[in-house]
Write a protein that binds this ligand. Structure first.
Ligand code: ZN
Length: 261
């Protein structure tokens, strides 16, 4: 049972866990719960990583108890802990928030060496056609530096995300080979998703990673982009899609939680 919404040019379909079926639909973004729920401290979800893997092989998010930053790459799921140390995530672990897609890039480009983070994001903006609602992106190459953060594992009763982020650790990965993966969503989905760019990094040796706050490329970067106009959201019990009017109210909270540091 799908509940369909059009939010301008993005088609948002919500469903309950019992209605989920194996996806593997190209160019569809699949999301577990909403960023609004995460902001409110809903840090335990019911979706397992085995289930999540049926809906995509690339993406980001977190795990139950908000024990770090999740990175999905080539169908493998990793967690960067509060200090950016990476481990594999087990199939039976669960997530309170994640976004994945069956990554089939339609756009490929080589980006000039040495881009700083703002220039990098501008280059990505320039690669997608006007009117692109959202897209998944993967960047591979050598980074002179990646400024990243992660969050400490939480214990109930949970605090709001904005309070947890005050305890985040910010760290710098220097001279590192790796991949940046994530999404760009339009401002009008805020409350459901993080508006703008949301990127997570993992090193090529799968030892270090986190939520990206900034970067500077070393060499050229290989950029791959998979545009999408479809977002499927699995809603946990008691969570509904945020009223679009809530977007403005949640803006400050999301900004504080996702771009802080
Ligand atoms: Zn993140």
């Amino acid at each position: 049972v799908f509940d369909d919404h059009w939010i301008r040019s993005l088609h948002v379909a919500s469903m309950r866990r019992e209605d989920l079926h194996g996806g593997h639909e190209p160019h569809v973004l699949f999301q577990a719960s909403t960023i609004g729920a995460l902001l409110d401290g809903a840090f335990d979800g019911d979706l397992t990583f085995a289930e999540l893997a049926e809906h995509g092989d690339l993406g980001l998010g977190t795990v139950n108890a908000l024990a770090g930053e999740m990175i999905a790459l080539d169908g493998a799921f990793f967690l960067a802990d509060v200090d950016g140390e990476v481990r594999s995530i087990g199939a039976e672990e669960r997530t309170p928030f994640a976004v994945v897609t069956e990554f089939e890039p339609a756009i490929e480009a080589t980006l000039a060496a040495g881009l700083d983070h703002d220039a990098l994001l501008e280059r990505l903006d320039a690669l997608v056609p006007d009117g692109t609602a959202s897209f998944a992106v993967r960047l591979d190459g050598h980074f002179e530096s990646v400024r990243a953060r992660s969050v400490p594992v939480q214990h109930p009763p949970y605090r709001p995300l904005a309070d947890v982020v005050a305890d985040q650790h910010v760290f710098e990965l220097a001279d590192v080979e790796g991949s940046m993966v994530g999404f760009r969503f339009p401002a009008y989905v805020e409350g459901i998703e993080v508006a703008g760019y949301h990127l997570h990094f993992i090193s090529a040796d799968r030892r270090r990673g986190g939520h990206v706050l900034g970067s500077r490329a070393g060499g050229e970067l290989r950029a791959r982009i998979d545009p999408s106009a479809d977002l499927h959201v699995e809603l946990p019990p008691a969570i509904d899609l945020a009223d679009p009017d809530l977007a403005a109210d949640t803006h400050a909270a999301i900004d504080a939680a996702e771009h802080a540091g």
